[in-house]
Design a protein around this ligand. Structure first.
Ligand code: PEP
Length: 256
């Protein structure tokens, strides 16, 4: 982390877990266990239907609400979709785009991820843009080329002012939900590479200011080491964000 230039973000991805009525007791437990003074922004990304409950329960604890996906369209005949306007209207501050599960199960490609990120930025919502290689790509030695392409494509048409609101989450697919974390060296190497890609496009200052998160089996035990890396500015956390004590421990680890 480098707090002088950028903010630390600890974001939970609840995926399709929990219910709205479980949010209040979760936040109470989280509050009891997390440090009173914090140096990071805390976000919990829930299914869209639970966002109002998260906003209400998270207000006092300063836990922001995030979505997990958004439509690239502004409005219209797109049954089942949720627009950036609708997310913004209920007070959503962050939204994940391009999570590997969306890419894998819903065929989302990099151009769609870019369109979604732009739709969010238009409405003042910070996109958490997920990128990351498969195990095959890592083993073939093309991790950085692939991730660089994903970052470039996701940021296409996004100007330097909008970039300030963007968060990049490096999530190696082989580490998500597998209990197999990238080593801090592997995670740092790719996060540093991502910053270099952004530097090439936007210049040194904007690149220095972008928060880059690591995601992939981050937990209460390994968070401190990952978060100590100079180019890792926080975490996107799945499984461990469902456990208030573990999530609070990760938040505390970011206070180092
Ligand atoms: C995720 O869903 O983005 C994720 C990183 O999950 P987990 O922490 O469970 O690997």
């Amino acid at each position: 982390m480098n707090r002088k230039y950028r903010k630390t973000v600890i974001a939970g991805n609840w995926k399709m877990n929990m219910t709205a009525s479980e949010i209040k007791p979760f936040i109470e437990q989280l509050k009891e266990n997390m440090p009173k003074t914090r140096t990071c922004d805390v976000v919990l990304c829930t299914p869209a239907v639970m966002i109002p409950a998260m906003i209400k329960a998270g207000k006092e604890a300063k836990v922001a609400a995030g979505g997990q996906d958004v439509s690239k369209y502004e409005k219209g005949a797109y049954t089942g979709e949720v627009s950036a306007t609708q997310l913004a209207d209920i007070g959503t501050k962050y939204c994940i785009v391009g999570h590997s599960e969306r890419r894998q199960y819903h065929g989302e490609d990099d151009m769609l991820v870019n369109a979604k990120a732009r739709a969010l930025l238009e409405k003042g919502i910070a996109p958490i843009i997920c990128v990351g290689e498969s195990l095959e790509q890592r083993e073939a030695g093309v991790t950085m080329e692939y991730v660089a392409y994903q970052v470039k494509a996701a940021l296409n048409g996004i100007d330097a002012t909008q970039l300030r609101r963007c968060i990049i989450a490096y999530e190696p697919i082989w580490a998500i939900g597998t209990g197999k974390t990238a080593t801090s060296e592997q995670a740092q190497e790719v996060c540093e590479g991502i910053r270099a890609v952004i530097r090439k496009i936007y210049g040194a200052r904007p690149a220095r200011a972008v928060s880059i998160l690591y995601g992939g089996s981050m937990n209460a035990k390994n968070a401190a080491e990952l978060l100590a890396q100079p180019d890792i500015d926080g975490g996107l956390i799945g499984g461990a964000s469902l456990k208030p004590v573990d999530f609070a421990t990760i938040i505390a680890a970011s206070n180092q």
